[in-house]
Design a binder for this molecule. Structure first.
Ligand SMILES: [Zn+2]
Length: 137
């Protein structure tokens, strides 16, 4: 987990505030030769979108199968293998999202109560605040 990104300016001689982004370098992406699956935090993706160094259909909340492409040389591509959200630890189901509700997680607790009445509610589901990805190219 964890990427280090270095931004490259088109003209590094210009003052910092006036530099145009040329491309980015994923400095810690080398890990992915050995460990092909990792995760992006929401903050990482939000920053990448704001600064314009990734391309993705829905980069702020990517879903399973989506491709996230970094503007590197050559472009680095990652496929989403798990989206953000709540997951059942008993049956591995992706659960309904209700983060904007008064009591977030109620739908997950409803699922556990209905489907796995003997499960320990404290460990029966989890909320992943990251996007799991695998390197494609
Ligand atoms: Zn379940």
């Amino acid at each position: 987990m964890g990427f280090t990104v270095r931004k490259k300016a088109k003209d590094p001689t210009k003052p910092v505030g006036e530099r145009e982004l040329s491309h980015v370098v994923l400095e810690r992406a080398g890990d992915y030769e050995r460990i092909p699956v990792s995760a992006f935090s929401p903050g990482f993706l939000d920053k990448a979108v704001e600064e314009g160094w990734i391309k993705a259909k829905n980069a702020r909340d990517p879903q399973v199968g989506d491709i996230i492409e970094f503007k590197t040389h050559p472009p680095a591509k990652y496929r989403v293998t798990a989206a953000r959200g709540r997951y059942c630890n008993v049956c591995d189901a992706k659960l309904e999202d209700d983060d904007s509700a008064e009591k977030p997680g109620a739908l997950a607790r409803d699922h556990v109560a209905a489907e796995h009445p003997d499960a320990d509610m404290a460990t029966a589901y989890e909320c992943n605040n990251f996007v799991e990805v695998e390197k494609v190219s």
